[in-house]
Each structure stands twice: as C-alpha cells, then as structure tokens.
Design a protein around this ligand. Structure first.
Ligand code: NAP
Length: 259
C-alpha cells in the first residue's frame, strides 16, 4: 500500500472513476469503489473484491472516504463513518452538511475534475475545524496524485473553483470555440479551424503550466506592441475581463443553488 492508508470512493462515475484511476496506480490494494449498480464503465477494470454496492460496507473498511455521487443523491445518503476522514468532491454540498451525511466531524469539501485520470486535475479544498494535521497530509497526498492542489480558507472559493476548474474544458473551450467560429467566418474550412485551435490551446496550456504567469504572457504581448497587442487591447476595451468575471460569477452562483 503505497499511500499508507485505505481509500474508498462512493460514486464511481465520471469524476469518481477518474479519481479512482489516478489513485489505483498509487494504492491498488487499498482502494475501494462503491455505487448502487456495482458497475460502471469508468471502473470496468477494477477487481470485483474492490468494487462494492454498499456505501456503508465501504465506509467501514476505509481510512478516507470520498463522496462523489450526484448532489441530489447526497440528500438521501447516510453513512456512519465516525472515525474516517470524509472528503466530498460534490458540487454545491456545503462543508457544514458533510458531518450529517457521514457521521464524521473530520470533513473536507473539495473540488476536482475528470482530468484527475491523467493527473491533471486542480483540486482545491477546505477543511472543518476537527481535521487533523495527518488528515491534511493525506488530503494533499491524495489530490497531488490527481494533479495539483491547494487548501483554501474561504468556502465560497470552492464555489468559484467549481465553476472555473470543475468542468475542465468549459470556459477554455468557449474561448477556443469563439476563435474557431471567427476563423470559419473568415472562410477557413471547419476542419482546419478545429485543428488549429486544438493545437493552439495545447501549446498555450503547456506554456502556461510553467514559467511566466498568464498575466505576464499577456503583458509581454502588449509590451511587444505587435498584432496580438492590437487584438488584446481591443478585447480589453470591449469588456472582455468583465464579461469573463460575470460568466464565472453566474456559474459559481448556480453551484450554490445545486444542493
Ligand atoms: N463530472 C465532472 O466533470 C465533475 C466535476 C466536478 C465535480 N463533479 C461532482 O462529482 C459528483 C459526481 O459527478 P459525476 O459526473 O461523476 O456523476 P456520474 O457520472 O453520474 O456518476 C455518479 C456515480 O454515483 C453513483 N451513485 C449515484 N447515487 C448513488 C448512491 N445513492 N449511492 C452510491 N452511489 C451512487 C452512480 O452509480 P449507480 O447509479 O450505479 O449508483 C455513479 O457511479 C457530483 O457531485 C458532481 O457535482 C463532477
């Protein structure tokens, strides 16, 4: 057991299955998944002995329990896991609700994304007061296995990240799609426009993952005062930043109304 503790994931669909894939490489013997049907395409390769139907049975054999069922289903979920660290990655379910769902005072509300399967998720989290230093270490270890992570101190920031990073391509895809549509409107064949923006966003993502921050990249372009600067300044003058902020705020507000 490489992680040194056992983990159970209740709800092994798109997100739970992705987290399971990431963790399986780190802790194959100590990872359990549970859902009502006992199967899902995302966990098709899991050994039957690690795949349960009963969330309570999972809770009783795990040090860390991850809740990853739809928020609406969480209303009816009740497990007794008083000694477990319970981590929810469910959108919109408040931190204060988690002890009622799980029977544990040691709870964490987190966000993640299916990019976890490729260790590319960003997983911010906030902890309840009862969470111990060992719990924090375990949470960091777990989410670093899925990508990168931060502990945040304000719960509304989890709502913001639910909107911003949960649906990975979301806002980034909207930018790419707008650029592709413009290219098509200028007569570029759709397949070429599609290939161009995919390659552009792949390269941009890799450049922004390391080195200068996104804002520094933008500032460098504007300081260079070339063709990109002309476009970026026009976007800025036309309220690009405000529109993006409004979109993110609307999405975060929606996440507060889910549960
Ligand atoms: N997908 C994303 O991009 C994403 C991103 C951020 C956050 N999230 C959050 O992650 C959670 C799961 O989303 P998802 O997209 O992975 O959903 P999903 O693909 O529909 O999977 C849900 C899983 O939960 C199981 N399930 C449902 N009710 C259950 C219950 N009462 N007890 C045990 N298992 C139950 C389902 O299997 P059975 O039907 O067999 O029980 C299924 O395995 C949600 O709270 C969502 O807000 C998702």
């Amino acid at each position: 057991m490489a992680l040194g503790f056992s983990i159970g994931i209740i709800g092994s669909g798109m997100l739970g299955g992705a987290i399971a894939q990431a963790l399986w490489h780190a802790a194959p013997q100590a990872l359990y998944v549970a859902n009502r049907s006992g199967k899902a395409p995302e966990i098709a390769g899991f050994p039957p002995e690690n795949t349960l139907r009963d969330p309570q049975a999972l809770a009783e054999r795990c040090d860390v329990v991850i809740l990853c069922i739809p928020p609406a289903a969480a209303r009816n979920l009740r497990i007794e896991a008083p000694d477990a660290l319970v981590i929810s990655v469910m959108a919109g379910v408040p931190l204060a609700e988690l002890p009622h769902l799980s029977g544990s005072p040691r709870v964490i509300r987190a966000m993640s994304s299916p990019a976890a399967a490729s260790a590319l998720a960003y997983s911010p989290w906030i902890a309840s007061p009862a969470v111990t230093p060992q719990d924090r270490t375990r949470t960091r270890t777990l989410f670093e296995t899925c990508g990168t992570t931060d502990e945040v101190q304000t719960e509304s920031h989890i709502d913001l990240f639910t909107a911003m990073t949960g649906p990975v391509p979301g806002f980034v895809a909207a930018c790419a799609a707008a650029m592709a549509r413009h290219a098509e409107a200028e007569g570029v064949p759709p397949d070429i426009a599609d290939r161009a923006v995919r390659q552009l966003f792949l390269a941009a993502g890799q450049m922004m993952a390391h080195g200068p921050s996104p804002q520094e990249h933008v500032d460098e372009m504007i300081a260079y005062a070339g063709t990109t600067a002309a476009g970026l300044l026009t976007l800025r003058e036309n309220g690009f930043d405000d529109r993006m902020a409004q979109g993110l705020a609307a999405a975060a507000q929606k996440s507060r109304e889910i549960y």
